[in-house]
Design a protein around this ligand. Structure first.
Ligand code: GH3
Ligand code: MG
Ligand code: MG
Ligand code: MG
Length: 300
C-alpha cells in the first residue's frame, strides 16, 4: 500500500517553465515528482514508475496529451492511474472529450497554487482508496492469504513471464485431509482456526517470490515461481511435513491434521501463455491421485 509519503506524481509537459512551476507549487506536498518532457517519455515513465497521478499537458508537439491519455487508458497496467490535464483555455467539447477519455480532472494555466494543490491532493486521496479496495478485493478475509481471484490473475501474468523469459513455474494444490470430521467433531470455529494455522504454515514455508492463495474452503494453491517440478515436489514435501508435526489441540485433546498436496510444473505441462489453467488442473489431478493413494502425501 502506497503511503502518503511515497505517492508519486508524473508531470508530462513540453515546457520547462511548467515543470519548474509545478515543482515549486507542490514542494510542500510530500510527493515524489517525476518529470517527462514529451508524450513518449511520459508513457515510458508511466510504465516503469507506475505513478499515483499524472499531470498531463494537453498541447505538446509530436504527440498531444489526448493521444497519450488514450494510450495510457488502453494499457491494462496503466489504465487505473488518474490523469489531470494541464491546459490553457479549454472549450466545453474538449473538456467533455477529456473526461470521456478517463481524465479525472483538469487545471487551467496559469494555475493557482492553492487550487493545483487541492486538486492534486483530492486525486491522490481517491487513488489511495482505490489501491486499498483493490488490495482488499484480492485478500482472503479468514487467512490473509491471496484469494482465488488474485490467483487466477497472477497465474496469467506468471505464464506470460514464463513465455518471455523461459523461467519454469509450478503450482501446488493443498487440501486438508478428512476435514469434514474435524468440523463435525470440534465445531466450525475450530475448523476455521485449523484453516488459519495451516495457512500460516504454508506462508512460513514458502519463499517471498511464491504466491500462496486460499483456493476455496480448506484448499490452498501456491504458485512457485522460477521452480521446476522436482523443486516444487521438495517444497511440497517440506510443507506436508510441517503440517504433520503441528500438534494442534482443541482444549486438551490432540487433533492430528494432515494435508495432501498435488504438484504440477510448466516443464511437464507446457508453457503456453494460456496454460495457467492446465497447470492448475494438472495439480488438481495429482492431488486427486494422492488422495486415492491414502492422503498425507505429495504427488506430481
Ligand atoms: P478429504 O481428505 O477427501 O479432503 O476429506 P475432507 O473431509 O476434507 O473432504 P472435503 O475436502 O470434500 O471437505 C471439505 C470440508 O471443508 C467441507 C466443509 O464443511 C469444510 N469447509 C469448507 N470451507 C470451510 C470453512 O471456511 N471453514 C470451516 N470450518 N470448514 C469449511
Ligand atoms: Mg505544452
Ligand atoms: Mg477439499
Ligand atoms: Mg479435504
Amino acid at each position: 500500500m502506497s503511503d502518503m509519503v511515497h505517492q508519486s506524481v508524473l508531470i508530462v509537459d513540453d515546457s520547462p517553465d511548467i515543470h519548474q512551476l509545478v515543482g515549486a507549487r507542490l514542494r510542500s506536498e510530500r510527493v515524489n515528482l517525476i518529470h517527462a518532457h514529451d508524450a513518449a517519455e511520459g508513457f515510458r515513465l508511466a510504465a516503469s514508475e507506475k505513478p499515483d497521478l499524472i499531470l498531463l499537458d494537453l498541447d505538446m508537439p509530436i504527440t498531444d496529451g489526448m493521444t497519450l491519455c488514450r494510450q495510457l487508458k488502453a494499457e491494462q497496467e496503466l489504465s487505473d492511474i488518474p490523469v489531470i490535464f494541464l491546459t490553457g483555455t479549454m472549450d466545453v467539447q474538449t473538456k467533455v472529450q477529456a473526461f470521456e477519455l478517463g481524465a479525472v480532472d483538469y487545471v487551467t494555466k496559469p494555475f493557482d497554487a492553492v487550487e493545483l494543490k487541492a486538486r492534486v491532493r483530492a486525486a491522490l486521496r481517491t487513488k489511495r482508496y482505490h489501491d486499498l479496495l483493490t488490495t482488499k478485493a484480492q485478500i482472503d478475509a479468514l487467512t490473509g492469504l491471496w484469494n482465488r481471484g488474485y490467483l487466477n490473475d497472477r497465474l496469467a501474468v506468471e505464464m506470460s513471464v514464463l513465455e518471455r523469459k523461459g523461467l519454469p513455474v509450478a503450482v501446488a494444490m493443498v487440501d486438508i485431509d478428512h476435514f469434514k470430521p474435524i468440523n463435525d467433531t470440534y465445531g466450525h470455529p475450530f475448523g476455521d482456526a485449523v484453516i488459519q494455522r495451516i495457512a500460516e504454515v504454508l506462508g512460513n514455508m514458502s519463499r517471498d517470490s511464491d504466491v500462496v492463495c486460499r483456493y476455496g474452503g480448506e484448499e490452498f494453491a501456491i504458485i512457485l515461481r522460477d521452480t521446476p517440478s522436482e523443486g516444487a515436489m521438495t517444497v511440497a514435501e517440506r510443507m506436508r511435513k510441517a503440517v504433520e508435526t503441528l500438534q494442534l489441540t482443541c482444549g486438551k485433546t490432540p487433533v492430528p491434521v494432515t494435508v495432501s498436496i498435488g504438484v504440477a510444473g510448466s516443464d511437464r505441462v507446457g508453457n503456453a501463455t494460456d496454460s495457467g489453467t492446465h497447470l492448475l488442473e494438472a495439480a488438481d489431478r495429482a492431488l486427486y491421485r494422492v488422495k486415492e493413494a491414502g492422503r498425507n502425501r505429495v504427488g506430481g
